[in-house]
Ligand binder design. Structure first.
Ligand code: PAF
Length: 276
């Protein structure tokens, strides 16, 4: 499948399409992305996938240059699944310096935002640009980037965009590790250790479902267990699922989110929890 590289070529292609379902990605597609693209088919006539590594959402010390770019393989994987692949250059997306940004809500300064200042601002800005370019009725994002999904939902609601956002369930390897393009940075030993992040989330989920309510202790124990095995923990935090605020004792729909580094690789994961 030949990617479309320009906004004008994409718009021309989409001009005659009745309903568009969109899956934005940064490429290096794995089964998690492919699962979202397969779901997209159930929600509209024309499935568009974008592949764009967005410089605006990477900090100066982050992996923008190193981020795996595998356009030819990605296009092969999308053959028969997507109707169009939009793979613009940085110049095509930012023909002039971007001086107007989406300012995300303050939750963007917590969790991942605390260690990645400006990340969600850059992410929301490119997502809005992509939505304006593609003009889909439905957009699908993975729930693995839970905070990202929350901020996008807020942007779409608060900016009155006529778009339905769907959160796709995280696809995991057999040992529980959430699929991510960054998993390939892991050494063999780190890859064997990596599912432990999922295991600590599972333990918190089970404890909460069994009636434990001391979230601070559960999070503290999880962080200690990770640190003892050599992880550099950024956060393990239980939140209200609908607001991402810290939960109060009445909250029943929760999500526990975590980010931690194994060597140079930063992994994030989360688990939704319903407590009785
Ligand atoms: O989740 C991603 O891959 C990116 O943050 C997104 C939504 C494509 C924006 O660059």
């Amino acid at each position: 499948m030949q990617p479309l590289n320009s906004v004008s070529a994409l718009r021309e292609f989409l001009a005659v399409k009745a309903s568009i379902v969109f899956v934005p990605t940064m490429g290096n597609l794995h089964e998690g992305h492919i699962d979202l693209v397969r779901q997209a088919r159930n929600h509209g006539e024309c499935v568009v996938v974008s592949i764009f590594v967005n410089p605006l959402q990477f900090g100066p010390a982050e992996d923008f240059d190193k981020y795996p770019r595998t356009l030819a393989e990605d296009c092969k994987k999308l053959q028969g699944l997507a109707d169009a692949v939009f793979a613009p250059s940085v110049n095509e997306m930012y023909p002039q310096q971007q001086t107007i940004y989406i300012e995300p809500p303050t939750i963007a300064n917590e969790l991942c935002g605390e260690v990645r200042p400006g990340h969600f601002r850059g992410m929301a800005t490119v997502v809005l640009k992509l939505l304006n370019i593609v003009q889909p009725q439905v957009v699908i994002f993975g729930k693995k980037d839970y905070q990202q999904l929350y901020i996008i939902r807020q942007m779409v609601t608060q900016m009155n965009l006529p778009i339905r956002i769907i959160g796709g369930v995280t696809v995991r390897a057999k040992d529980g590790l959430a699929l991510s393009s960054r998993n390939q940075y892991l050494t063999e030993t780190e890859r064997a250790e990596a599912p432990f992040l999922y295991q600590v989330l599972t333990k918190i989920s089970q404890c909460l479902q069994n009636g434990e309510r001391d979230m601070f202790k559960l999070e503290h124990d999880a962080k200690t267990a990770l640190a003892q095995r050599g992880w550099q923990v950024e956060y393990v935090s239980t939140r209200n699922r609908l607001t991402l605020a810290e939960p109060d004792s009445e909250d029943r729909e929760l999500v526990v989110l975590a980010a931690a580094r194994l060597g140079v690789t930063r992994l994030i994961d989360n688990m939704e929890i319903d407590i009785g």
